[in-house]
Each structure stands twice: as C-alpha cells, then as structure tokens.
Design a protein around this ligand. Structure first.
Ligand code: IMP
Ligand code: MG
Length: 174
C-alpha cells in the first residue's frame, strides 16, 4: 500500500485527546464499583492500552476473542468464542472495550455473553461507532468518534491483519 490510497481520518493527537476525556468520564462513573475492563481482541489492544492508563481507579483487565463468520449478508453471521477472559466476571462491573462497532453483531453477542456470565453490569466503550451499517441494536455507553462510512485502518484496526501499527486512523481507499 502506498500513501495515495489512505487518507487520514483521525490524527494521533486527536485520538489521544479524546481518550483522555473518555478516561475522565469512566473514572467518574465507576468510582465505587468493582470494575473489570475487557478488551476485544485483536483490534482493541492499542486503544485498551491507552484507555486504561487514563482511568484513575483500581481496576482489573482482561481480554476476549471472538470470530464472526458471515454469509454474504453480515446479519446472518455467527459468533464463535475463540478465547475467554481468565477471571470470573460474576458480580463485577464489566466495561467492554472495542475498536469499532459496525453492524453491532459482535457487541450484541458480547453484551449478552457477559450478562449471562453473571456480570453486575455490562457497558460498552468503542473508539469508533460506524453507524451506517448498524443492524443489531446495541447501546454504546462511551463513544470515541462517530464515523458514518468507509473502511478504516490503523491504531489497532486492520485490513487482512495489516496496518494495526499505524499510529493514526486512516480511511482505506482501494
Ligand atoms: P460488527 O460485528 O459488524 O459490529 O463488526 C465489528 C468488527 O468488524 C470490528 O471489531 C472489526 O474487527 C471489524 N470491522 C468493522 N469495520 C471495520 C473497519 O472499518 N476497519 C477494520 N475493521 C472493521
Ligand atoms: Mg474488532
């Protein structure tokens, strides 16, 4: 890929400024709660690392990985659990951290999963809300940025497992 087929959407500084605000809000909202922050692998690993360092509270961290197998229509996709958190979420306040929410299928499945596992509450923090293709209704409690459309790469977001290491977020124009 050369520079002519990616356009910057969110700079490194813009992302960092917004994460500071999210961290402050989350720190206020969870003051007296036993919180476990769960990142959705692989895309959320960079956002998660920056976000937890802006949350000024004692907290536990963990990760979950799922895969979705879509048909030609993404709404027919099925979610499969690839790896689970290593600690129980029973009676804990779960904050799910995701890179981007597109159709909503993955996050709807995850929210139900942790509710079924006995979490005291489940909230969602997504760096990007890509609202245009939403098919599954979900509540996003903390949104970094809303982007209406397009395929994004960088800052954890991949195209065919590449570009996660780009420090900013770009629109990939193929
Ligand atoms: P959903 O289940 O349709 O909401 O899909 C969410 C997942 O699809 C995200 O966690 C990403 O892994 C992937 N995804 C959706 N849109 C993009 C994008 O623009 N760039 C990179 N990955 C994306
Ligand atoms: Mg993802």
């Amino acid at each position: 890929m050369n520079s002519s087929n990616k356009e910057i959407v969110l700079s490194r500084q813009t992302i960092q400024n917004r994460i500071q605000e999210l961290g402050q809000q989350i720190s206020k909202d969870y003051q007296t709660k036993d919180i476990i922050v769960i990142g959705v692998l692989k895309g959320a690993f960079i956002f998660m690392a920056d976000l937890v360092r802006e949350i000024d509270l004692p907290l536990a961290t963990d990760f979950i990985q799922v895969s979705s197998y879509g048909g030609s229509d993404s709404s027919s996709g099925k979610i499969t659990l690839v790896s689970s958190p290593s600690q129980s979420v029973d009676n804990k306040h779960v904050l799910l951290v995701e890179d981007i929410i597109d159709t909503g299928l993955t996050m709807q499945w995850l929210a139900r999963h942790f509710t079924d596992q006995g979490a005291a509450s489940v909230k969602v923090c997504s760096l990007i809300d890509k609202s245009e293709r939403r098919e599954h209704e979900i509540q996003i409690d903390y949104t970094g940025f809303t982007v209406s459309q397009g395929f994004l790469i960088g800052y954890g977001l991949d195209y065919d497992q590449q570009y996660r290491n780009l420090p900013a977020i770009y629109h990939l124009t193929l």
